[in-house]
Design a protein around this ligand. Structure first.
Ligand code: HEC
Length: 203
């Protein structure tokens, strides 16, 4: 199943929900959990970034993006059992490069101006991607004209940096949540007798 969730597809999504509410239970639960995780990630990261930009300026805030972001992601992963990370088609850190599912989903978000994508897979797991849009505050490190001290710090740490030249409103990347196999059956033990076939919603 591949669900594209944005303004354009929301009607199809609701229709699918109404037509097959039973089969949808487990997926809906994981979709909600995925959303909560990315909201939590975004909130923690934004607070730390704002705070650090205010107190130490952009050069100090590099550490927030470089160290705190992966730290928050691993805390959330440990707490939830899902793999939580950030990714992008134009990444700064090669460790954030998208896998093939993420790359396809990112391209889809980009081409449809979408906000999130959820897909339940055959193994009983699920994947979720939530768009991260470029804001004004991001341009200090992801825009066109970077201050010399930022430029030199980035050049040393990220010689193959591709995360430059973004404009406000551009898709910067995405939060990614991967639920391992069998998570759906665990999430819905009480729905065990219900049909397995998921509803299909097309954008
Ligand atoms: C102070 C500099 C700085 C600012 C401001 C900043 N970033 Fe970053 N960003 C970085 C660095 C450094 C990395 C690489 C982190 C790593 O090594 O994982 C990064 C990585 C990322 C990534 C992961 C994908 C990649 O390119 O490796 C995303 C997504 C991202 N930033 C989004 C944002 C958004 C959205 C904003 C504004 C809300 C923002 N950043 C503001 C420095 C910054």
């Amino acid at each position: 199943m591949y669900i594209m969730l944005n303004n354009r597809s929301i009607c199809g999504y609701l229709a699918a929900l109404l037509m097959a509410p039973a089969a949808y239970g487990a997926e809906n639960a994981l979709l909600e959990k995925s959303r909560q995780l990315t909201v939590e990630y975004a909130t923690q990261l934004q607070a730390a970034l704002q705070e650090s930009l205010k107190s130490g300026g952009p050069a100090a805030a590099i550490g927030v993006c470089a160290e705190l972001a992966p730290q928050i992601a691993s805390d959330l992963s440990r707490q939830s059992g899902a793999k939580v990370r950030r990714t992008s088609l134009r990444f700064r850190n090669p460790g954030n490069a998208p896998d093939s599912w993420e790359a396809r989903a990112l391209e889809r978000l980009e081409s449809t101006n979408g906000n999130e994508i959820f897909e339940a897979d055959a193994s009983g797991g699920a994947r979720y991607l939530k768009a991260i849009t470029t804001a004004g505050v991001c341009l200090a490190c992801h825009g066109d004209a970077l201050a010399p001290e930022i430029e030199s710090e980035l050049a040393t740490a990220y010689p193959h940096d591709r995360a430059r030249g973004f404009k406000v409103g551009d898709l910067r990347g995405a939060f990614s949540v991967s639920w391992p196999a069998e998570t759906r059956s665990k999430a819905t033990t009480h729905h065990a007798s219900q049909p397995k076939t998921p509803p299909v919603s097309k954008p």
